[in-house]
Write a protein that binds this ligand. Structure first.
Ligand code: MG
Length: 261
């Protein structure tokens, strides 16, 4: 018995040492008797799909779904009554702004994993403080809020400022521009995955660039971005709408497009 124990220990020790040596050795392990050629690691088919990028940074590429280009809110409906048109106001065929008290708006289409580009500006007239100033938000899959707030010289709780996953994860930095300037969010969102039982398999993840500055780096979203209480994933869900929040402030939006991933 002892003999076998000792022999086994010795064998394991030898294996460990040799695997360490293999890991740190500059000599590649001999895996194949066949010599490798350059073309053996080239993949040609199928050819990668060609996409025509926008003329300038922020413009929609050829495979994007346009959600707002200045002309109409046809891709959006009222959140209070999705059978009705979006009640917000288009200004100068350029942007639209929240109509306070009319309720949020949501896309007609439903989405899962996306790349989303959205431009926004805090209300021109600076009013209120903290969460009361220029508050809105992008709700991914109608559930997970990427906060929009006038965070230019306006303190609030760090996980509630512009670029936060609301009441969850603060942005890495505050890259907010002043209220008379436009901001961009470039969002890469991965929807949560669920097991057959309905339990979460993988939580949602999000990467966000705010005016080209990385503020969320493959962040795990803890669940519904509730105002009160801890965040969780109460129910399994599939594709769903993107919603923009009416928080009583005239936040402006323009140039919204996305790509399904
Ligand atoms: Mg908000």
């Amino acid at each position: 018995m002892n003999f076998y124990k000792v022999t086994l220990s010795a064998a394991i020790a030898t294996l460990s040492i040799s695997s360490c040596l293999a890991q740190y050795s500059s000599t590649p392990p001999e895996v194949s008797p066949m010599p490798m050629k350059p073309e053996m690691t080239e993949i040609w088919e199928p050819e990668v799909t060609v996409v025509t990028p926008g003329k300038k940074l922020g413009d929609a590429p050829s495979d994007a779904i346009i959600l707002f280009d200045g002309s109409s809110l046809d891709q959006w409906v009222s959140q209070n009554d999705p059978t009705k048109p979006a009640p917000w106001t288009i200004v100068n065929n350029d942007h639209f702004e929240v109509k306070p008290g009319s309720g949020g708006i949501q896309t007609k289409m439903k989405f899962g994993d996306i790349q989303l580009h959205i431009e926004f500006s805090a209300p021109d007239k600076v009013e209120g403080v903290s969460q009361g100033r220029g508050n809105s938000g992008v709700f991914l899959q109608n559930r997970y809020e990427l906060q929009i707030l006038d965070s230019y010289q306006n303190r609030t709780y760090r996980n509630g400022q512009a670029g936060s996953i609301y009441k969850d994860v603060a942005p890495l930095v505050n890259a907010m521009r002043s209220p008379l300037e436009w901001n961009t969010y470039d969002i890469i969102y991965t929807a949560p995955r669920y097991k057959a039982s309905g339990a979460v398999d993988y939580p949602a993840r999000i990467t966000v660039l705010h005016n080209g500055v990385l503020i969320q780096n493959n962040t795990t979203i803890a669940g519904l971005t509730n105002y009160i209480g801890l965040h969780m994933y109460p129910d399994a869900h599939g594709d769903d709408v993107i919603a923009l929040q009416d928080h009583g402030n005239k936040t402006q939006f323009r140039n919204i497009w996305l790509r399904k991933l």
